[in-house]
Design a protein around this ligand. Structure first.
Ligand SMILES: C[S@@+](CC[C@H](N)C(=O)[O-])C[C@H]1O[C@@H](n2cnc3c(N)ncnc32)[C@H](O)[C@@H]1O
Length: 470
């Protein structure tokens, strides 16, 4: 059984350069071995890698907790679902996965995974798009040529995303960097598809999400090779790079690329159960989640939460996805203005406390709450005060005051964090090697369940043997 938190020696305090007024506390460990680190990179359902998303955690990490702390039919919630790792993994294991995010791009990815199209719906829609393209391609290709020739000068206008209109419905200009990224024919196809797909339609949303996953990357399966798959390079960098290298994108067929992407996504049957994807602030997720679950005739409280709250001042989800957000018709600046990714430590901890308070009404009494919290060392090269030991602070200042019970902390050096650090070097926030995973009970019953489940053997075959019978 775990004891309460204890103060650690001051030598560590000096080494970590923590402010004197906040000596580090040491939380009791929980005996959950990080077996998720031993699994293959693409472990889990093939929908997981639909599109790259910064600071996402591996599906195997979600599985380690879903397998221990929920049963088929239980509700599993992630109030910061990102690309939908927890809710998708939950649905793939016969649970009701509920994901919520304030970022419309994250919501789209989560919805595409937990309320997906069937293979037949997706391929039929793709065939219809191809036919419609064959009829209208001349007008779209002419529009794309004008956009490329214009190179951002006079501002050739194109139809709005999702407007469902023809190529002559002039509404908005195309950023120069978009025109630079694609071959004119690929751009013509993208303009057509972007205008035609309706994001409120399940099948269209699935196809749109799949296209965001192939929009840019450094191999022949991507529609532009101008930038890596993981994130969009800064627009100014794109302009300079394209000018310096006289970059000309190879001709890539959107329909062929999407067809191959669908083959990869449907390598396995869609998830066993359908989940819920919500768009909104994590602080008021409880009411929205309960309403949505009741409307589906599902239990309206979660037995498990597996989530990773936003990092401290590290990721700008709009800015680093501007090409994808352009394709979807979302405003990247507006996304960054609304998300809670830019907090310093104290406002961040207050935000987290509000989130944990807001979650209570949607939790069962014996719920287990798993918080994956990344330490952050620097912000654009400058050392952050209090970025280290954030999980301990989160316990002390956010979870404990809201009546949660601590089962223990498990350490992990999440691969995504290393990946981010490598990509950005000192330009952006620098995450340390270690993420801490706080395992909490919503009550004493939840804490007992968390401790009892820690030692359970987890099946790491995929799909797990226990599920093949379902
Ligand atoms: C570390 S990421 C979660 C990644 C996720 N675990 C995955 O595997 O993809 C944190 C997420 O919090 C979201 N976010 C930021 N502020 C939010 C808020 N106030 N309410 C809900 N989501 C928010 C961001 O859009 C981002 O997707």
């Amino acid at each position: 059984m775990s004891a309460g938190p204890t103060r650690a020696p001051t030598a560590g305090q000096l080494a970590l350069e923590l402010p004197i007024e906040l000596p580090p506390i040491e939380l009791p460990p929980i005996e959950i071995a990080p077996e998720w680190k031993d699994q293959q990179r693409l472990w889990g359902h093939p929908f997981h890698p639909m599109c790259s998303y910064l600071a996402s955690f591996p599906a195997a990490l979600a599985h380690a907790f879903i397998a221990r702390y929920s049963r088929p039919g239980d509700v599993v919630l992630d109030p910061f679902s990102g690309r939908g790792t927890t809710p998708l993994q939950a649905c793939a294991e016969g649970r009701i996965g509920v994901g919520n995010d304030l970022n419309p791009f994250a919501h789209l990815l989560t919805a595409a995974k937990v309320e997906p199209a069937t293979r037949a719906q997706a391929t039929t829609r793709l065939a219809a798009l191809r036919l419609a393209w064959n009829v209208d391609s001349a007008a779209w290709l002419a529009l794309a040529e004008r956009v490329v020739l214009d190179a951002g000068e006079a501002g050739v206008r194109i139809p709005a995303a999702g407007s469902g209109t023809g190529a002559d419905d002039a509404r908005e200009t195309v950023p120069l960097e978009v025109a630079l990224a694609f071959h004119p024919r690929t751009l013509g196809q993208l303009l057509f598809v972007r205008t035609t797909l309706r994001l409120d339609d399940r099948t269209d949303r699935f196809l749109a999400a799949a296209i965001t996953g192939i929009l840019h990357g450094k191999s022949a399966s991507y529609l532009s090779e101008l930038m890596p798959n993981t994130f969009s390079m800064a627009p100014r960098y794109v302009r300079d790079f394209a000018r310096r290298t006289e970059f000309a994108s190879p001709d890539r067929d959107v329909f062929a690329g999407l067809g191959k992407k669908l083959d990869r996504l449907f390598r396995e049957a869609p998830p066993l159960t359908e989940g819920v994807a919500l768009l909104g602030d994590a602080r008021d997720v409880a009411t929205r989640a309960r309403d949505a679950l009741r409307a589906k005739g599902r239990p309206d409280r979660a037995r498990l939460v597996v989530t990773s709250p936003p990092y401290l001042r590290v990721v700008k989800y709009g800015y680093y996805n501007w090409l994808r957000t352009w394709f979807l018709g979302f405003d990247a600046r507006a996304i960054d203005a609304t998300l809670d990714d830019a907090h310093h430590r104290e406002p961040y901890l207050r935000f987290l406390r509000d989130v944990l308070a807001g979650l209570r009404p949607v939790l069962t009494d014996d719920a287990v709450v798993v918080l994956v919290i990344g330490d952050v060392e620097t912000d654009r090269g400058r050392r952050i005060k209090g970025g280290i030991g954030l999980a301990e602070r989160a316990w002390e200042q956010a979870a404990e005051p809201e009546g949660y019970r601590l089962a223990g902390v498990s350490l992990d050096d999440v691969a995504a964090v290393r990946k981010m650090t490598k990509l950005w070097g000192d330009e952006a926030g620098r995450a340390t090697k270690t993420d801490r995973i706080l395992v909490l009970g919503a009550s004493e019953a939840g804490r007992h369940r968390a401790l009892a489940g820690a030692g359970v053997d987890v099946d790491w075959s995929w799909p797990p043997r226990t599920l093949r019978a379902l």
